[in-house]
Every structure is written in C-alpha cells, then in structure tokens.
Design a protein. Structure first.
Length: 246
C-alpha cells in the first residue's frame, strides 16, 4: 500500500487503536477515500520497553522494531510513526535503519507544548519509568528551552501502577488517582502536564480529563500524521493545544 503511513503499533494495543481513532477525528473527510492510508502493524509481542531499559528483562525490543520499520519502508510507506513514548529510547537506531522519516513523538510533543506557552514553561512529565530513566523528555525540554519536573518515587510508582495495572491490564482507573499525581506535579512547579505515555492518552479519553494545562502525546502524533500527509484538519484538530503554532 504505497503512500501509506507506517504505524509500529501494539506498544500497547489500546494506545494504537486510540491513535488511529484520533487520526480519523483530526482528518477532514466526507468519504472513505478522503482519509489517510495507514499500514498498522499491531506488533504486541515486541518486548516490554521499560522492562528492558530498567534491566528487568533481557528481551531487546529493538530488532523487531527495526524489522517492522524496514518492512514498511520496503512496502512504500511515506513515513513511520510509533505510538509509544518509551520506544523512542531506540529512535536513532530505528531512524538510521530506514531511508524514510520516523516521526519523533517526544520532540514533537515538546514543540507543541513550547508553542502553547505564554509564560516560562515548566513541564510535568507523566511517563513510564523507562522514559524517565532515559531522560527522553528531560533532554527534549532542555533543548526547547523549558524546565521540567518529574514525580517523586512514591508518586511515580502510583503512575506506573495506573499505566500497567490499570490501562494496559484493561482495568478502570479512578479520576482521583490521576488528579493526585497531576496536582503533585503542579505543586512542584509544572504549568503544563505532558502525557508522555500513550496509555495515559487513553486514560484522558476514558476519564474525560480537562485539558487546560495538558499536552497529550497521542494527539500530537495524530496531528503530525495528518499534517505530514497533507490532509485538511477538522475543527477538533484545530482546537488542540499548540496546533496553530505548527
């Protein structure tokens, strides 16, 4: 399927499904043919990224992600997206393995956050242990000229439980639990919360979270997918924070 967008998915499956939903939401089309061709590999058996990064698993997810990227490039995809923030620890290796662009969800999310900022920006990073350990968002924040805060260890554990025992396990998460972590980061100085884990994007939808100070990485990736595909955006897309700066 030439000229499609390649999606390395399954990291996790609910986040991949939600990413596709948001691409459809953000694409202005009045018929099937007006939407974006996507080649989605819901590759759920790729090893857990955080477990590998933290040393809890020896199963390296990189070879399978490179294999998927090469297959998509060989089949004629225009560019590749990966709806998983933690997987971007391997970004440079994946990008160097193919001759088509791989969109970097972390860098794009920080660009959108920086566009939206009116005051000095301090992002509160809500992400997996793997993403925090690799400092993906911390480094991108510093490159963008903004400061950052992360959760204290106890709150980070609660956040990981929310992601793994909640969203990834298909179990409900209480709004109060999310707000406890969000307020913790606000109290540490964050004036913008970055949902730097795509399971948290799913949670934002399920809990109908307000988005006054939230930048959602799935929304950013979906917006970039529509923009790079050259499709017109819907009114819903144009209301997403930071989109008018792009």
């Amino acid at each position: 399927m030439r000229e499609a967008v390649g999606v390395i998915g399954g990291l996790g499956p609910a986040a991949t499904a939600y990413f596709m939903e948001r691409v459809i939401d953000f694409t202005q089309a009045d018929c099937d043919q007006g939407h974006i061709n996507m080649m989605i590999f819901n590759h759920c058996t790729i090893g857990d990224r955080t477990a590998y990064i933290s040393g809890a698993s020896s199963e390296d997810p990189l070879p399978l992600m490179i294999e998927d990227a090469r297959d998509m490039a060989a089949l004629g995809c225009r560019f590749i997206v990966i709806p998983c923030n933690t997987a971007h620890y391997f970004y440079e290796d994946i990008q160097s393995a193919v001759d088509i662009p791989v969109v970097n969800i972390v860098r794009e999310t920080l660009r959108y956050a920086s566009c939206e900022a009116q005051d000095p920006l301090c992002i509160g990073i809500m992400a997996t242990d793997g993403t925090i350990m690799t400092e993906s968002y911390q480094k991108a924040a510093e490159e963008s000229g903004c400061s950052w805060v992360t959760c204290d260890p106890g709150m980070q554990k609660k956040l990981m439980d929310m992601i793994y025992q909640g969203v990834k396990a298909g179990r409900p998460v209480a709004l109060a639990d999310f707000e406890e972590i969000a307020n913790h980061l606000r109290q540490k100085g964050a004036n913008c919360l970055v949902l730097g884990c795509t399971e948290l994007s799913v949670l934002k939808r399920d809990l109908a979270l307000p988005d006054e100070d939230v930048i959602d990485s799935i929304d950013v990736l979906a917006l970039e997918t529509v923009r790079r595909s050259g499709k017109p955006m819907t009114a819903a897309a144009l209301r997403v924070k930071g989109v008018k700066c792009r």
